[in-house]
Every structure is written in C-alpha cells, then in structure tokens.
Design a protein around this ligand. Sequence first.
Ligand SMILES: CC(C)(COP(=O)(O)OP(=O)(O)OC[C@H]1O[C@@H](n2cnc3c(N)ncnc32)[C@H](O)[C@@H]1OP(=O)(O)O)[C@@H](O)C(=O)NCCC(=O)NCCS
Length: 158
Amino acid sequence: MNIAGKTPSESAIEQNVYKVFPNDLNSKYTVFGGLVMGLCDRTALIVAERHSGSACVTAAVDSLNFVAPARSGETLVIKASVNRAWNSSMELGVRVLAENTHSGESRHVVSAYFTFVALGENGKPITVPAVVPKTREEKRRFKEADRRRKQRLKNRKQ
Ligand SMILES: CC(C)(COP(=O)(O)OP(=O)(O)OC[C@H]1O[C@@H](n2cnc3c(N)ncnc32)[C@H](O)[C@@H]1OP(=O)(O)O)[C@@H](O)C(=O)NCCC(=O)NCCS
C-alpha cells in the first residue's frame, strides 16, 4: 500500500447535492435531521475512502450541529474534506448549505466532524496516508484536529 502523504484537495468533495422534496420533511415541514446526517456520513465516507484507498467505517461523530433548518424545494450542498489522519483513523469535516437554486443564495445549516477508520481485507485497521495540509485553512484544521482527537479518545476511554 502506498502510504505517501496526500493533500486534502486530493480527496475533498466540494459539492454533493441533494434536492429536498416534501417526503424529506419532518412534522414541522423542515428537513428531517436523520436524512441530513445520513448524507453527511455517506459524503464523508467517500472522502475517507479516496484518502485511504480502502474500505472505511464510521468510528465516531461529534460536534454535529443543526445551525438552521432547510426547507422543501431547497438544495442541500454537502462539502467534506479530510482534516488529519493518524495511524488508521482520519477526521473529516463536513459542512452543509441550503441553497436556493433560483437565486443562488445559500446559508449554513449543518456542521460536523466524522472519524473514519480504514480496514484491510481481514477487517482490521490499517495504516492510512498522512494528510499534508497546504493552505492556511487546511493547516488550521490539521492543527485543531489533534486537540479534538484527544478529547474523543478521552471520551471513548470513559
Ligand atoms: C471503529 C473500529 C474499527 C475500531 O476498531 P478497534 O478494534 O477498536 O481498533 P483500535 O482501538 O485499534 O482503533 C483503531 C483506530 O480507531 C480510532 N478510534 C476508535 N474509536 C474511536 C473513537 N470513538 N473516536 C476517535 N477515534 C477512534 C483509534 O484511536 C485508532 O486510531 P489510530 O489507528 O489512528 O491510532 C471498531 O470499533 C468498529 O468496527 N466499530 C464499528 C464501526 C461501524 O460499524 N460503523 C458504522 C456505524 S453504524
């Protein structure tokens, strides 16, 4: 397996789009949260698999915040990228916007961090490529990811 480092842009998803229809709504006529969580998980999974080059599973989700509701007729735009990788695990940042495709206006609706673990053929965790941050934003995310991981591992232990 090639474990040379990779930049976040090599695996990032800029725009995974999902058009919201009436059957996607909850009883308050806003988008059902579980649908958005599933879209985030699937999008982050693709980024993790692109980065690691292998099958991955979700190990943890944290800081999942529903910042604003999305409504029928809007388009959910899901963005995901890898912030940092350790041995077999990776942190992925996900951001969801609700876009009015007629006006082009959009607003932030959800943010979350997903931790994925890459698995080998035998189902055991395997080493993944390091993340090589290039831009200022990527470097900030890379640095902050280590602090979040420490907290996650502390929570896991508890
Ligand atoms: C995630 C999983 C593969 C970890 O396996 P494990 O035998 O516990 O392996 P380890 O303890 O060696 O952990 C492997 C890596 O995952 C990380 N990890 C595991 N749980 C974690 C958590 N809650 N938060 C952050 N990282 C976690 C470890 O820190 C380690 O990272 P590293 O290799 O980069 O140092 C295993 O717990 C699993 O299969 N869980 C179910 C996954 C699943 O079904 N997901 C779908 C959810 S519906």
